[in-house]
Design a protein around this ligand. Structure first.
Ligand code: GTB
Length: 216
């Protein structure tokens, strides 16, 4: 059965692959599962039909027969469980890869999102200049720790896994900030992820949505 995911009709990132449908597309491409995409506008996301799929009125969602999922991490995990290629067979290695999925989403992504929100949404606040360095340092602390753990390895724990897929998409959120350049091994790690053919296919697919919307 071909799953259907939802994505922004008009992504505010202008096709840079920053929205969270990108990680779901990438996972589907990695495992060779074709998929359909239903594009939703900001207003549609907040309406009843979409909220029945996603209680918080967001993208991405994932529908496959009777199953409807939301939360990009849960969707990637589901894809990784149902197909070979994103989680190791060995039980301990699999548990460690799942640990990295959680680490990406619950330990590394929050300070990065906080930094992005500060830059995008808090610039006009009187306390912006005082808060920004604090938020940047929190992000740097996490990146330093991650950088030390990765060392000169290609991936976080052996072969490429869903943990790397999520971590790379999380780190890509820093592309515009330049902060990642302070950690050459993390920059190289992201570049390795972006060089994967499945990433390229996923990226091109979401970029095509933006290109079509800009040239109706
Ligand atoms: N925890 C959820 C998940 O992982 O699936 C979070 C989902 C989420 O944040 N979805 C966002 C959304 O639907 C899109 S990805 N927002 C609309 C809303 O809440 O009303 C976040 C995102 C949006 C835009 C950019 N960008 O422009 O660079 C980057 C990331």
């Amino acid at each position: 059965m071909i799953p259907t995911i939802t994505a922004f009709e008009n992504s505010p990132d202008r096709g840079k692959g920053q929205a969270r449908d990108m990680r779901v597309r990438w996972a589907l491409e990695e495992v060779g599962q074709s998929y359909d995409v239903r594009l939703v506008s900001f207003s549609e996301m907040k309406e009843g039909a979409h909220r029945a799929l996603h209680p918080f009125g967001q993208i991405p969602t994932y529908e496959e027969g009777d199953l409807a999922l939301f939360e990009s991490g849960a969707i990637v995990f589901h894809i990784a469980e149902r197909h070979a290629g994103l989680l190791p067979d060995d039980a301990n290695a699999r548990a460690r890869a799942i640990t990295w999925m959680f680490a990406a989403l619950s330990t590394v992504e929050p300070p990065i999102v906080d930094l992005q929100n500060a830059v995008l949404l808090e610039r006009d606040k009187g306390w912006y200049e005082q808060r920004l360095p604090i938020v940047k340092d929190r992000t740097r602390d996490r990146l330093g720790e991650l950088s030390r753990r990765l060392g000169d390895a290609d991936w976080l724990d052996g072969a490429f896994s869903a943990g790397d897929l999520l971590m790379v998409t999380v780190l890509r959120r820093l592309n515009a900030s330049g902060i990642l350049n302070e950690y050459p091994n993390l920059s190289a790690y992201v570049a390795r992820g972006e060089a994967r053919p499945a990433f390229r296919r996923a990226f091109d697919a979401q970029l095509a949505v933006f290109t079509a919307a800009s040239n109706p």
